[in-house]
Design a protein around this ligand. Sequence first.
Ligand code: TLP
Length: 351
Amino acid sequence: MKVIDLRSDTVTHPTPEMRKAMFEAEVGDDVYREDPTVNRLETMAAEIMGKKAALFTTSGTQSNLIAVLTHTNHGDEIIVGDEAHILWYEVGGAATLGGVIMRTLPNDSCGRLNLDDIDQAIRANDIHYPETRLLCLENTHNRCGGGVLTTDYTDEVCNLAHTRGLKVHLDGARIFNAAIALGVPARALAQNSDSVALCLSKGLSAPVGSLLCGSKDFIERARKFRKMLGGGMRQAGIIAAAGIVALETMVDRLAEDHSNARCLAQGLASIKGIRLAQDEIPTNIVMFSLSPELSVVEFVEDLERAGVKVGLRDGRPFRVVTHRMVSSSDIEEALTRIEAVCRRLRRRARE
Ligand code: TLP
């Protein structure tokens, strides 16, 4: 029985082409900036994102943390959405290692922040206040169902932030999903942000890595913070090689994941006992909840036994994510298995 793993697009394995590129990669010591493959990946990423420079980091979490460290001083305040990945899933690194206060504003269902809320949250010059230094956006938005921020919206937020003296960092772990969904180049979505982090190891299927992109000066300073965090890698060309293949060959196919996500959502909505937790499926993330008479724990256990893995987070809707290793027929198969589990649970609930 094939296990259909819908927990995350991070479970994707490298493609044969990536493995070949890794095997053949030309390498050097990247701390001395002598790894030609890393240098090539960084140049490529900067160009794709329309920035002057880029830095290869170990993970999206590390890119975001380095961005916070580079943009802020200890004791500053940063504005993040109340559903932001930086707030929820990065072990509080911005606060513990960056020494910043995370001021939260409500994310709407697409992951947007309200402009008036932002305007009001920015601190005035007052001896009692910390400095508001940075605003963070996320596109696509993980906890907001893969929600997409448009170019116009992002530009508007950046303009407001810049007018008030703030920098903007964009967590673009899935920025290519947003670009594909909107039909715009990824660089358009980051054109006014001061930095953007993209991930290679999610829908793009590379085994490791993220790129933090920004101005030359910003990336120079970021490089030092990467070293401080233990992220100065040596012959990192081995993994950067897979990243190059990811950027060259894996972006356009994300549309397939989006269409599979829509099919999955449609199928889930038709199963008795399941309720979709979003009105639209903009990209590759689908959230749903169970009707109260069905046991969440039993649902997950039974599904696991049936060979379907879903993401469960405390007190939150379930999350399922489509990716390259789940085909459209796997989606059909997953729906059949989920339907059977729900039927069993409904029967058990009646007994
Ligand atoms: N998200 C992971 C988990 O951490 C929840 C996932 O499975 O979706 N920004 C965003 C928007 C992300 O979704 C993630 C990963 C990251 C940053 C961090 O990337 P990594 O896992 O490379 O540190």
